[in-house]
Write a protein that binds this ligand. Structure first.
Ligand code: SF4
Length: 430
């Protein structure tokens, strides 16, 4: 890959979309994978995330989760200090001591993730081996797994991918007499999980299980009779690990907006042979409610131009939703990585003429953004303040990970997330 920009057709253009992609490599402005701990720790309630990192890592987590106050936090940082970095201390012995103390004090922890960071990678601390060793010491009561959240390797949503991929080998196999089942993959707010689970149940699809589960004791089974639906677009490694277990991915757009949710549910309904009449009867009332709720945002946002910097990997499904259901005009849609297979259905629905960019050369992209003068820019926190100072309205992409946005009931809330900053700007200008 060259250091500059190159326009190339996707290699599997036939199966996806004919859209050319602007590929860029250069300086990028994205949080590291540790950030995903902030939403993951809320999901698996008996899990604990122990970052093996530096004071910088601890600081990042503390500020990202700063608004939350816990009696018993579910994440912490084991600080690698100068002695470890200089090789003067035995980092493995230190880690064993920290984990021993933590598990003695917190007997409710059933699943412990050792999360690698830039410093743990620099000193080549083998967390895989540490996880195996600690699992032997503390299993079967506590399972110890590891993954990397390092900024050298991951952008912030890839932290979730790495975490879930590390869980897949621990999923129980299907019993010999198991029928088919559906696995929904990707961390969703519980309210969203409940709504989607209810709709799938009403359609007669099931049993439905979720990854990540709400507790370590309810790890979903996986095997050849498992079909899975991705609920998030950044789960390439997790999908690969599930494929290796024999599970089959159902191809669908992501459940953002009415259209995305309908087609996501439809993929499961088709696999289960559910009739159109039943599908419509179950989904139409919620879809119509969502359409009505979105109308006021359509009136406010239609025709406005939107520019996405690559950050959350939600950019392409978001652009598709905003363009097709709200009437926004995507100018450029940047994504850190473009998984053409998982995003094939999404790419095919983006309006013609949308520039799609993969990777980042931040200076060039800022130049393109300034030249385009979009009405709203979706970007990471690092770019938001300077752009706001230039008079450009921004939306923090990380907020989209902390807010329930999937499914029918959330479609209008999702539109509102984009209406709010524009509305604020208009009031400031008025
Ligand atoms: S993992 Fe790396 S990028 Fe992330 S906070 Fe730690 S040092 Fe910074």
């Amino acid at each position: 890959m060259s250091a500059g920009a190159a326009v190339a057709a996707p290699p599997d253009a036939e199966s996806c979309s004919q859209v050319p992609v602007l590929r860029e490599r250069g300086q990028r402005e994205v949080f590291c994978g540790l950030t995903s701990i902030v939403w993951l720790h809320r999901k698996i309630q008996d899990a604990f995330f122990l970052v093996v990192g530096s004071r910088t890592c601890a600081h990042l987590l503390q500020s990202a989760a700063g608004v939350m106050i816990f009696a018993e936090p579910r994440f912490a940082t084991a600080i690698i200090d100068e002695r470890d970095l200089a090789g003067l201390a035995d980092a493995n012995a230190e880690l064993d001591r920290v984990v021993g103390r933590l598990l003695a004090r917190r007997p409710e922890i059933k699943l412990l993730f050792l999360v690698g960071s830039c410093p743990s990678e620099v000193i080549k601390l083998d967390l895989k081996r540490a996880a195996t060793r600690l699992s032997q010491s503390f299993g079967p009561n506590v399972r110890v797994l590891n993954y990397s959240g390092s900024g050298i390797e991951t952008t912030f949503t890839q932290g979730e991918d790495a975490c879930l991929a590390s869980l897949v080998p621990s999923l129980p196999p299907e019993p010999a007499d198991a029928g088919r089942s559906l696995l929904v993959v990707g961390a969703l707010a519980e309210i969203v999980e409940d709504q989607l689970g209810r709709l799938l149940g009403q359609l007669g699809i099931g049993p439905v299980r979720f990854l990540p589960p709400r507790s370590a004791a309810s790890l979903p089974q996986a095997g050849p009779r498992t079909s899975y639906l991705l609920a998030q677009p950044f789960l390439g490694d997790t999908a690969r690990a599930l494929d290796e277990r024999g599970a089959q991915r159902l191809d669908a757009p992501f459940p953002l907006g009415v259209e995305g949710t309908t087609r996501w549910l439809q993929a499961a309904a088709t696999a289960w042979g559910i009739s159109t009449a039943r599908f419509d009867a179950v989904t139409a009332p919620a879809a119509e409610r969502a359409q009505r709720a979105m109308a006021r945002y359509r009136a406010l946002l239609a025709g406005k131009r939107i520019f996405f910097f690559p950050d959350s990997q939600l950019e392409i499904p978001l652009a598709r939703f905003l363009a097709r259901e709200i009437g926004l005009v995507p100018v450029e849609v940047g994504t850190p990585y473009l998984h053409r297979q998982h995003l094939a259905a999404e790419l095919a629905m983006l309006p013609a003429g949308t520039t799609i960019s993969e990777g980042q050369h931040v200076e060039r992209q800022l130049d393109r953004c300034r030249a385009a003068r979009p009405d709203i820019v979706v970007c990471g926190l690092g770019l938001a303040n300077p752009l706001e100072a230039e008079g450009i309205t921004t939306k923090w992409s990380i907020e989209l990970l902390f807010t329930p946005i999937q499914g029918y009931e959330q479609a209008a809330d999702l539109a509102e997330l984009f209406a709010r900053p524009l509305d604020r700007r208009m009031r400031l200008v008025a």
